[in-house]
Design a protein around this ligand. Structure first.
Ligand SMILES: *[C@@H]1O[C@H](CO)[C@@H](O)[C@H](O)[C@H]1NC(C)=O
Ligand SMILES: *[C@@H]1O[C@H](CO)[C@@H](O)[C@H](O)[C@H]1NC(C)=O
Ligand SMILES: *[C@@H]1O[C@H](CO)[C@@H](O)[C@H](O)[C@H]1NC(C)=O
Ligand SMILES: *[C@@H]1O[C@H](CO)[C@@H](O)[C@H](O)[C@H]1NC(C)=O
Length: 225
């Protein structure tokens, strides 16, 4: 009996040792990958696709331009602070985690009235009428080097109480990204050239009304223990 327990504890010790060695190895390898990917970043692009009577409809796409660092379960969480009193009337392909205080609205109630909304992806299996292309992967993204076709995630947001021209729209501030944990720092939104879209048959090019992007980078210092 005693022999049994002794060998059991030996077995447990070696398992713990193995797990420890394994975690050291994977930690080191992600560090090494970082050195090979000094310009890796996650870029969040906002394309205003159309104006509405009180704002705009934008498609927001998150690109994981990192070579090796995937975004694993439970997926990305994107936050920002509105520059004015904007509200989110509706979203397709993602949702805010909190509605906030919409008590000033009667009739149509916005999807979110929070000054600093937090957005998460929808899960696989979302009904088709709530999906857009590249959505609904539970926030999980592969990296650019491993699988570029699965390295981007999109959602559509309909924003109200916002500007309705490219002169009056104010870009959101203070972007935060958890992918899924902390460690990312995001820069300010930069307005650039409107994105051009080529139709599937390649015979027509359309363009966004206005485009801005935000770049988030990973600082490995923050995860070192
Ligand atoms: C982010 O990564 C993309 C793709 O590698 C690169 O084109 C872009 O310049 C990078 N952005 C910044 C701010 O480093
Ligand atoms: C920006 O976001 C951080 C973290 O969410 C928060 O602590 C800070 O107060 C925010 N700043 C502004 C100006 O909203
Ligand atoms: C982001 O915007 C900057 C400034 O307009 C632009 O130079 C850059 O190419 C854009 N990056 C992406 C990935 O769209
Ligand atoms: C805003 O729209 C005008 C035309 O209405 C255009 O000339 C200008 O380049 C646009 N600015 C931006 C930042 O898209």
């Amino acid at each position: 009996m005693e022999l049994f327990f002794r060998s059991l504890s030996k077995f447990t010790t070696s398992i713990i040792l193995l797990l420890f060695l394994f975690s050291c190895f994977s930690f080191n390898s992600s560090e090494a990958y970082d050195a090979l990917d000094p310009n890796g970043n996650i870029t969040i692009k906002w394309d205003i696709m159309s104006w509405t009577p009180d704002g705009y409809v934008a498609v927001v796409t998150i690109y994981n331009f990192q070579k090796y660092r995937r975004i694993e379960k439970p997926g990305w969480t994107l936050g920002w602070t509105w520059a004015m009193k904007e509200v989110i009337w509706s979203m397709v392909g993602a949702q805010t985690t909190e509605q906030g205080d919409c008590s000033r609205f009667k009739g149509n109630i916005p999807h979110s009235c929070k000054k600093d909304p937090t957005v998460v992806d929808l899960l696989p299996g979302t009904p088709y009428n709530q999906q857009i292309a590249n959505c609904c992967k539970g926030g999980v993204l592969s990296s650019w080097a491993q699988d570029p076709s699965n390295a981007a995630s999109s959602f559509q947001v309909s924003v109200g109480a916002a500007g309705t021209t490219n002169k009056t729209v104010r870009v959101p501030k203070n972007f935060t990204l958890k992918a899924p944990g902390p460690g990312y720092t995001c820069g300010p939104a930069k307005v650039g050239k409107p994105t051009k879209f080529v139709t599937q048959d390649g015979r027509r090019v359309t363009q966004a009304m206005m485009t801005w992007n935000v770049t988030c980078t990973f600082f490995k210092e923050k995860i070192q223990v």
